[in-house]
Ligand binder design. Structure first.
Ligand SMILES: NC(=O)c1ccc[n+]([C@@H]2O[C@H](COP(=O)([O-])OP(=O)(O)OC[C@H]3O[C@@H](n4cnc5c(N)ncnc54)[C@H](OP(=O)(O)O)[C@@H]3O)[C@@H](O)[C@H]2O)c1
Length: 399
């Protein structure tokens, strides 16, 4: 077992805070044609709750901000697979965890996990081994995915803890904060441990509250790659994902720009987000695509066809909102009962279901809480029988 040293965290120069905050405020003027005044933008910043989390859930999210899926639902006497029970029983029992057993949970194998259970690993692009249960770094920013988090030291702790628990796939985007998530990742983890894969994204701008506007113009995307490299303090981005296909720009042009960046050695692999099999096919005519990031969870399988395509083509599938995002999960009541039957929380059940659903599945649950992170990571230890999963599928409305 390796004890991860905890360098002093959270302390940040005023300049950095100011510049990131300002860049968040002035994102529109930086990247978009036209745009509101600085005063308007500052007004937006002052009301981050009005911002939503993603373009797909924009309309819905405004109504749901602050109305999250009920937390943990602890019930008296219910032995969740929590950090305590997990550490106390699962490790001892030698259950296979996400990255080669208990060592990964404790960070003993922080990188490629050579002794890993093959089921817990995925080789992104065929050459980057990652533990299948990753971490989504969207929630470590300020409220509404805008600006700096209120408790910056806590955000750093979450990132460090994710690494200690064996996470070596962290998903982020220039739009988270914007910029803040990438800056925090570098602050917490740079110089990066061997084997850590940071997957970032570009091509979705933040013009204002509740608005996430695609921009797939080639020059803009090239600028995004350069800026992410700088913020993440990397020479090359392991996985760069086109956050959205811009309907105003031929995808050949957008991906042509990413291909150029790849040829220049600035990107290792390229992924897509919110795409159909047809869109993936079209993209693959331009350059190799190694992963897809679409919204998907036990209660929302609208992208099932894309998952099936990814399985067939051996592309990584990173489901976003794996535990339901802001809206929570559908069929929540049935799942609560099933989770209770298996001494787990519904979050753990939802994540274990994803890992069980497909070997190409790379869930990236997001949280701003160390306790939730630990709870989520423990989900990899939850092993159910095929009959159990059938029952749970039926409960989730998919017999
Ligand atoms: N490609 C895209 O278009 C796109 C869109 C959205 C997100 N993403 C990526 O996908 C990642 C995950 O998506 P997401 O954050 O929307 O959805 P999610 O991971 O399904 O849900 C995160 C929400 O659930 C809560 N939560 C997580 N674990 C919990 C637990 N154990 N107990 C109680 N509450 C818990 C979090 O609150 P707390 O902070 O309080 O724990 C947070 O509000 C993001 O971080 C981002 O990297 C991508």
């Amino acid at each position: 077992m390796r004890i991860i040293s905890q360098p002093r965290c959270g302390a940040t120069s005023k300049t950095e805070i100011t510049s990131a905050r300002l860049s968040a405020i002035s994102y529109r003027s930086q990247f978009e044609d036209g745009g509101g005044s600085k005063a308007e933008a500052e007004g937006r910043y002052a009301s981050p709750r009005l911002l939503c989390v993603d373009s797909v859930c924009c309309e819905r999210t405004l109504g749901f901000m602050g109305e999250k899926f009920p937390k943990k639902q602890k019930q008296p006497g219910l032995p969740h697979v929590t950090r305590r029970t997990f550490l106390g029983t699962t490790l001892v029992s030698g259950a296979t965890l996400l990255a080669g057993g208990s060592s990964a949970i404790f960070g003993a194998s922080s990188s490629t996990g050579t002794s890993a259970n093959p089921d817990s690993m995925w080789k992104l692009g065929g050459d980057l081994p990652v533990n299948r249960l990753g971490f989504g770094a969207m929630r470590i920013t300020g409220d509404g995915i805008w600006g700096w988090p209120a408790d910056r030291a806590n955000a750093i702790k979450v990132l460090k803890r994710a690494h200690e628990l064996g996470v070596n796939l962290i998903d982020t985007a220039d739009a988270y904060g914007p910029e803040v998530s990438e800056l925090l990742i570098a602050e917490a983890l740079h110089p990066y441990p061997k084997g850590l894969v940071i997957a970032t994204k570009g091509g979705l701008t933040r013009p204002g509250p509740g608005q996430w506007v695609p921009n797939g113009r080639p020059e803009y995307l090239k600028q995004c790659v350069d800026k992410s490299l700088k913020r993440l303090r990397l020479d090359r981005i392991d996985l760069y994902q086109l956050h959205r296909i811009d309907p105003k720009v031929p995808v050949e042009d957008s991906l042509g720009a990413l291909k150029e960046m790849q040829q220049a050695g600035k990107i290792r692999h390229v992924g897509l987000s919110e795409v159909s099999p047809e869109q993936i096919e079209r993209a693959r005519k331009i350059l190799p695509i190694v992963s897809v990031q679409n919204q998907y969870n036990i209660g929302n399988r609208k992208w099932e066809n894309t998952l099936v395509y990814c399985e067939k083509e051996r592309l990584g599938f990173m489901p976003w909102s794996p535990v339901g995002g802001n809206r929570g999960l559908n069929s929540e009541r049935g799942l609560e009962a099933a989770a209770k039957d298996h001494s787990a929380t519904v979050y753990q059940l939802a994540l274990a279901w994803l890992l069980h659903r497909s070997p190409v599945m790379l869930p990236i649950p997001g949280t701003s809480s160390v306790a939730h992170l630990e709870e989520n990571m423990a989900a990899a230890a939850l092993k159910l029988t095929p009959a159990d999963w059938k029952t749970i599928d039926a409960l989730a409305g998919r017999a």
